[in-house]
Design a binder for this molecule. Structure first.
Ligand code: ATP
Ligand code: FE2
Length: 337
């Protein structure tokens, strides 16, 4: 192996991130910046402005922190979708500019598939069911006949989006998930054995699919009626995570697979990791999750998938490099093992 490396640029939503892998596929940590709106949700154009302003600084940071040389660059990958159009276009433009000026292959990749492949690579699992729990997405996925098939997914909002909205309604800025995790733990310190019946919330499972807006409204109402924010955070986590784990378990049973891999920002949560361990242990399966920096959006996973594509199917032609806001997990052909 020489010093060759592949750059990955992530820009689907709130996070702009430059990461890399070596030419043999070893992950190199990313340099990232997250836009945190003072109030309200993420405004696509403001996020895109943030991304273009910080772009040069992040690339310089990646190069200096990881001791990488532009002369050794062998390819540049970017998130082609799904995501917010203005944000995706910043990443794509930066990638096209670098690819053209350095004369290296351009690689447009599917963001959702990148969450899967970084987990497979780092956790060393082969053919898992993936529980992909992020802000915008909640999907249960398994590989079959050269595609990652979506076996079940949210019918309304992503689980992370639901957690972020609940936190925001009660005064906590994006990202709300970590604050909800802290508050749920604080509740356990006061009430070590809380009962799920005390704070009833709707059940999020709908066949193999999920829905979270009903839980969000009910949780808001509980706080309005006087329940403590901490107790509702605990109950919200128990209900929402149990629903995801139930669908994931059914996917393991249907497919006969024996590994469950967590991915996406909500996979940072210790409680969903713990529920995964318990369920997997009970059915003789193995639960996996990557380190937190590779659960949240990061450029490294984009570089890693770009490398797999470069080896298996070659680069993306400029004419095919337009972003696709609606790109789905199952739209990308999987040509690697
Ligand atoms: P995608 O485009 O894949 O949907 P995303 O834009 O939502 O990704 P991610 O970085 O994968 O970005 O996930 C961010 C989400 O993860 C946010 O909703 C955030 O609240 C949630 N999150 C992060 N840490 C935790 C945690 N410890 N517990 C629960 N949720 C968390
Ligand atoms: Fe993501």
């Amino acid at each position: 192996m020489g010093d060759g490396w592949i750059l990955g640029i992530e820009s689907t939503a709130h996070t702009f991130s430059f990461g890399a892998v070596t030419s043999d596929g070893t992950p190199i940590p990313s340099a990232s910046s997250i836009i945190r709106p003072i109030e309200g949700g993420i405004h696509p154009r403001e996020a895109a402005d943030h991304h273009s302003e910080i772009s040069g600084e992040l690339l310089r940071r990646l190069l200096s922190e990881q001791d990488l040389m532009m002369d050794d660059l062998e390819g540049v990958a970017f998130s082609q979708g799904p995501g917010l159009g203005p944000c995706l276009r910043v990443g794509a433009s930066v990638a096209r500019a670098i690819s053209t000026s350095r004369k290296v292959p351009l690689l447009g990749v599917n963001h959702c598939v990148a969450h899967i492949e970084i987990g497979r690579a780092i956790c060393g699992c082969d053919d898992p069911v993936l529980l992909y729990v992020s802000g915008g997405n909640t999907q249960v996925i398994a590989r079959l006949d050269g595609r990652y098939r979506v076996l079940g997914e949210t019918l309304d909002i992503g689980i992370g989006n639901m957690l972020d909205k609940f936190a925001r309604h009660h005064g906590f800025p994006f990202p709300g998930g970590p604050e909800i995790e802290r508050s749920a733990l604080a509740h356990l310190e006061i009430v070590p054995n809380p009962s799920i019946e005390n704070l009833e919330l709707p059940y999020a499972v709908q066949g193999m699919d999920l829905a979270f807006s009903g839980i969000l409204n009910a949780a808001d109402t509980l706080v309005q009626k006087g329940a403590s924010f901490e107790s509702v955070c605990w109950s919200l986590q128990e209900h929402a995570f149990a629903a995801c784990i139930e669908v994931a378990e059914r996917a393991l049973a249907h497919t006969g697979k024996s590994e469950l891999l967590l991915g996406g920002g909500v996979a940072c949560n210790e409680r969903i990791r713990n529920m995964t361990s318990v369920m997997c242990e009970e059915r003789g399966a193995l639960g996996h999750w990557p380190p937190k920096m590779y659960c949240v959006d990061n450029g490294t996973m984009i570089a890693l998938l770009g490398r797999l594509q470069m080896i298996s199917s070659g680069p993306t032609d400029l004419i095919d490099s337009a972003v696709d806001q609606m790109l789905r997990t199952d739209m990308t052909a999987i040509a690697w093992s």
